[in-house]
Design a protein around this ligand. Structure first.
Ligand SMILES: Cc1cc2nc3c(=O)[nH]c(=O)nc-3n(C[C@H](O)[C@H](O)[C@H](O)COP(=O)(O)O)c2cc1C
Length: 507
């Protein structure tokens, strides 16, 4: 509870130890002494800012209200006199100077011709921490590459001599209008890449009439993202289920009240996949000695990277038997995000759910998961056989995500029976390099690609994109490496190995 007084920076600075630890966030003083060992990111990082202003470190990886919701009111001490605050000196390293120079030399947006271009620029200009978190995937990143490669195994059988003067690729997704058969999938920690974080996506989604799925772990607060929506703009919510079901219940019911149109429960992350790029970045960023002692002092090993630090609350006990509980607490359509075989799609259908997202989390979870487009073909076949369903289906909607980089990829999924397709990384790379204008430009590119592809395929509406237009004969032949794919290889950063520590003497 605020004591009603305004603190001076000098007074805060005295509380700079494990025994008494105060920090300043957004101009307010908090006593975090007792919270140190409960911090999901470990105590070390808080202690670095003990007695100081921690806002710059706090902001990218926490929603603004995280500290006020997790800390009891009596630990919210009150405002600080801004003129008296100890500034944490941030040394601009030579590497950072070089990065800023690369930022200044980005090509103009008009030179960005496709979604791969954003990734290539992001790799060169965004901060290392952001690149490591965004681009990383599980283990050897085979699934990450397969997600993209799978679309190369589908070839068109277009139709000719159809009047394609007017073509229309708009649709509805779970009853909500969308100008394209795609949506912005949930990706966490938007502020690592850009100070406006996920707000860039909200604004561009409104402008282009598409739907944004808000992540549980957004850097912006949930309400901030809902408040930023235009009248009539539809938003979905991605949910990580908390071990404390009361917290989850409150969040779901609050979201429904705020007008969220569908709930996507993530079911492929009972434990985080090993994302070694992200982990290695942490190792290199910290003093190696600190990292090794960390394991004993902190409840959480910081060497696991940004992902591990933010996700310890997710419940690995989530089970099919919990589904009726979700259905009893909300009227929003419920969709399972992260289904990877027809058997689970069938269980979701039989449980009365509104749909599934066939997804392997952008290759970030189980390594050697198959691509969603391959799973789509078997889901359509088996649910057709076993329940007589036809796809695309309005009552039980099927979405795919992972590796989609072109409108033609989206149309391939539509041809195979998907209702719509999710894109994750392309939009993060777009805002991390060019902010909201980047996302808007990415959506303009996709619109142009849709128009061209619809005409060249001889399809005037999405209904005319049919399975017969695709040669799927190679779909299930898994190819691990794509040596000839230079386009992808220029953007893809290959795996790094462990490195020697600075050598004391010559070997
Ligand atoms: C940086 C990053 C963060 C993500 N965060 C989440 C998340 O918090 N919750 C979730 O359900 N999926 C998350 N995903 C998975 C995406 O929703 C989506 O399934 C995936 O990005 C699709 O693959 P793509 O990046 O190749 O388009 C994340 C993906 C990335 C790349």
């Amino acid at each position: 509870m605020s004591t009603g007084k305004t603190y001076s920076g000098k007074e805060v600075a005295q509380h700079n130890s494990r025994e008494t630890c105060w920090i300043i966030v957004h101009g307010k003083v908090y006593d975090v002494t007792e919270f140190l060992d409960d911090h999901p990111g470990g105590s070390k990082i808080i202690l670095k800012y003990a007695g100081k202003d921690a806002t710059a470190e706090y902001e990218p990886i926490h929603p603004p209200d995280a500290i006020t919701t997790h800390l009891p009111p009596e630990k919210h001490l009150g405002p600080v006199d801004p003129g008296t605050v100890l500034k944490v000196e941030v040394e601009v390293t030579d590497e950072e100077k070089a990065r800023l120079e690369r930022v200044a030399n980005r090509p103009s947006l008009s030179e960005i011709l496709n979604l791969h271009d954003f990734e290539a620029i992001a790799r060169m200009v965004i901060p290392d921490k952001a690149w490591a978190y965004y681009s990383s995937a599980a283990e050897d990143e085979i699934t990450l590459r397969e997600n993209h490669a799978a679309y190369h195994r589908l070839w068109w059988r277009p139709r000719i001599l159809r009047d394609v003067t007017t073509v229309d690729w708009s649709t509805t997704i779970l009853g909500q209008p969308s100008k394209m058969p795609l949506y912005i999938s949930a990706t966490a920690l938007g502020k690592l890449g850009h100070p406006d974080g996920e707000l860039n996506l909200t604004k561009a989604a409104a402008e282009h009439g598409i739907i944004q799925m808000i992540p549980t772990l957004a850097s912006c607060s949930f309400d901030e993202l809902v408040d930023a929506a235009q009248p009539g703009q539809s938003q979905f919510l991605q949910l990580y289920v908390n071990k404390d079901r009361e917290i989850t219940k409150k969040f779901i019911q609050h979201a429904e009240k705020r007008g969220i149109k569908a709930l996507f429960i993530t079911v492929d992350a009972p434990q985080l996949g090993r994302r070694e790029k992200d982990m290695r970045q942490k190792f290199e960023a910290e003093d190696p000695d600190v990292v090794t002692t960390n394991k004993h002092e902190d409840k959480v090993d910081r060497s696991q990277g940004a992902a591990r630090a933010i996700s310890s609350f997710i419940d690995p006990g989530l089970d099919w038997k919990d589904i009726p509980w979700f259905q009893s607490i909300t009227k929003m359509p419920i969709i399972l995000k992260g289904v990877q075989c027809w058997e689970d799609a069938l269980l979701a259908y039989d449980a009365g759910l509104a749909g599934v997202v066939l997804s392997n989390h952008g290759g970030r979870q189980l390594e050697f998961s198959r691509s969603a487009i391959e799973v789509l073909a078997e889901v359509v076949r088996e649910l057709g056989k076993q329940r007589g369903l036809k796809f695309p289906n309005e009552k039980f909607q099927v979405f795919v995500d992972g590796g989609v980089r072109r409108a033609s990829d989206v149309l391939k999924a539509i041809a195979l029976g998907a209702n719509a397709v999710g894109l994750g990384r392309p939009f993060i790379y777009a805002f991390s390099t060019y902010g909201y204008e980047g996302v808007s430009h990415a959506l303009t590119i996709l619109n142009e690609e849709f128009e061209m592809n619809m005409r060249l395929l001889g399809a005037r509406t999405l209904k005319e994109i049919v399975p017969e237009m695709l040669d799927t004969s190679s779909l299930t032949s898994h190819i691990v490496s794509v040596p000839g794919d230079n386009l992808f290889n220029t953007n893809y950063e290959s795996m790094q190995h462990a490195r020697l520590r600075a050598l004391q003497s010559k070997m």
